[in-house]
Design a protein around this ligand. Structure first.
Ligand code: GLU
Length: 473
């Protein structure tokens, strides 16, 4: 049997990290078993579904690398098929028309609530043979006896008595099919063997199984993934921070870091924290998904991102960094090879946004010095070492890290200054900041022209500062 799983988002918003995790588990399970992963867009709610949302979901899945083998299938393309199935159920007496008014149903509900019963349809129209000409909905004739057994691959056995289920609506009065009907028809037609989805759907599962049975369709296996909570214990939502997959991309996260975080959120393999995608596929087991909800921890995600930035191939990072450079209007053609800059910054940035910020001075003159760095290091005492550096660097033959290092130490020695008194003004002069990667490597990449121009700029800045000070005293 070929394993077939699916991800079935409703396109009513962005791709949420919770949805992405469910998709990841479905995808991993299919990949692990040499199966197929299907994408289905559940867009029957015409008032809430949007094309932008479909695009956001597709974009998020592409960015994460969750490629699908079939689809995307759109439920709105399948109304004729749903009608056909509803007709079959009606013809076989497994569904019926119901013309109960809203008033009757409201009253029924109130009475049941007053008796402390669970509100449910009482089957009034079950045997009334309502005419198709009357306004009506269509209800599934749920069995009244027996029980539904679900051997959930995560939660274990769940037994639901049919007496607790009522005859649910499968077609609304406007003729549109309802969620439980469309999912059943699609899972059947698409040959889904394993339904892996959020546990907010667990109450639908026994109803869906009853409809599948009525249709004589095979029953897939189910795995309900527990939800994700925010750190205060309530369901993860925007108020806990970013919940959209693409927002993480925009904040400078690597897709592999987010995938790694999501796979570990509610699943484990011993003590291992870092998983390549191949390892995830190799080790992933639904049985090892936690039954309890998991808590989303942004610090841990940031930590993982930093680990990936440190260890990933510099060319790969440069590729992912480019759009963030673009965000800052930086054209990497105007400076050193981005891959070399990445190598210098890999240990120093926890997001690509930070890295782009740190990389900026290689490509563009900074607007201003970091105030504190300028105040401490671009002082009158820095003038002499900067002038000496300028002269020595202008004459330097080989613009290599070794030669640059020797030049800087040589200037310090000649002037009888500690390295810091020479290095720090130079660092602030070329980068605008009090912190940067090692000076020799930085200057080597920055090149002679930019280095000298920036030393000149710093010398002017110091002069101006002296002039200002003279005027105010
Ligand atoms: N469309 C449903 C949702 O987005 C999922 C349905 C399912 O996985 O069965 O919640």
């Amino acid at each position: 049997m070929t394993i077939r799983t699916r991800f079935a988002p409703s396109p009513t918003g962005y791709l949420h990290v919770g949805g992405a995790r469910t998709a990841l588990y479905s995808w991993l399970f299919a990949r692990k078993h040499g199966g197929k992963f299907i994408l289905r867009i559940e867009d029957t709610d015409l008032t809430r579904s949007t094309a932008e949302s479909v695009n956001a979901i597709l974009e998020g899945m592409t960015w994460l690398g969750l490629e699908y083998d079939e689809g995307p299938f759109y439920q709105t393309d399948r109304f004729a098929r749903y009608d056909e199935v509803i007709r079959k159920l009606l013809d076989e007496g497994k569904a019926y028309r119901c013309s109960c008014s809203k008033e009757r149903l409201d009253k029924l509900r109130e009475e049941q609530m007053a008796r402390k019963e669970k509100p449910r349809y009482d089957g009034y129209c079950r045997n009334r043979d309502v005419s198709p000409d009357e306004p009506h909905v269509i209800r599934f004739r749920n069995p009244t006896e027996g029980e539904v057994i679900i051997d959930d691959l995560i939660r274990g056995r769940i037994i639901v008595s049919n007496r607790e289920l009522d005859d649910l609506i499968i077609r609304r009065s406007d003729g549109s099919p309802t969620y439980n009907l469309t999912v059943v028809v699609d899972d059947w037609d698409m040959g889904i063997t394993h339904v892996i989805r959020g546990d907010d759907h667990i109450n639908n599962t026994p109803r869906q199984i009853n409809i599948l049975k009525a249709l004589g369709a095979p029953i897939p296996k189910y795995a309900h993934v527990p939800m994700i909570l925010g750190e205060d214990g309530s369901r993860l939502s925007k108020r806990h921070g970013a919940t959209s997959v693409m927002e993480y991309r925009n904040m400078g996260y690597l897709p592999e870091a987010l995938l790694n975080y999501l796979v570990r959120l509610g699943w484990s393999h011993g003590e291992q924290e870092i998983f390549s995608v191949d390892e995830m596929i190799e080790y992933f087991e639904l049985e090892n998904v936690n039954r309890a909800p998991s808590t989303f921890n942004p610090e841990k995600l940031l930590w993982l991102n930093q680990q990936y930035i440190m260890k990933d191939d510099p060319a790969r990072i440069a590729h992912l960094l480019s759009p963030h450079m673009g965000e800052r209007d930086i054209d990497p053609a105007t400076g050193p090879d981005l891959v070399d800059v990445v190598k210098l910054l890999q240990e120093r940035a926890s997001t690509l946004v930070e890295m782009a910020e740190q990389a900026e001075f290689f490509y563009r003159d900074f607007e201003e010095y970091e105030p504190k760095a300028a105040k401490n290091h671009l002082r009158p005492v820095a003038r002499e070492p900067l002038e000496a550096l300028r002269e020595a660097l202008a004459q330097l033959k080989d613009w290599t890290p070794e030669a640059l290092q020797a030049t800087i130490s040589g200037v310090a020695e000649k002037l009888g200054l500690k390295m810091g008194k020479v290095g720090m003004p130079l660092r602030v002069a070329v980068s605008g900041k009090g912190a940067s990667p090692s000076l020799d490597a930085t200057l080597a990449l920055l090149g002679r022209e930019k280095t000298l121009a920036r030393i000149d700029r710093a010398l002017k800045y110091i002069e101006q500062r002296e002039a200002d000070a003279a005027r105010t005293t």
